[in-house]
Design a protein. Sequence first.
Length: 184
Amino acid sequence: MANWYTADLHFGHERIIAFCNRPHGSLAEMNAALIANFQACVGQEDDLWILGDFAFGRADDYARFESWFHSLPGRKHLIIGNHDDEAVVSLPWASVEYMAEIRDGGQALVLCHYPMLTWNGARGGALQLFGHVHDQWPGPRNSINVGVDQWDFRPVQLADIRRRAARLDVNKHWADVESGSALD
């Protein structure tokens, strides 16, 4: 069993292709590419943490949401994002939260759709994973954007996140909100 992290899939959101300069010629192509990429990574016994914005559409699009949901492998957990309405939230997720604190191996993680300046355990080395800002910002060293627009439209594992984090700058506001250093 492995843990996988992602955000901002935006199934069904045609305008996201232009907004984020996604390399897909159509909505159907984008949806199919996301599903294929996830199926190539995530096993059925794995946990897939989706940090918001699973799908975009109207409440009566439930059948489409359900189809995309069941196309993705693994036990799926939703961290609610700003585009996750009741139709998305009511899918058969393993868990649904606005924020979660979990451990992946020995690593403490705080999962939220939105990037945060500080969080529980930040001074103790807890990493914060987020989405929401798409291709705009990868995050600082201890708060990493796991959105598909940052990771070639695939979910990622903690080892990948740590490698990228090591190359990122320390948050320039860290000393304003926390004493001591985390992940310098």
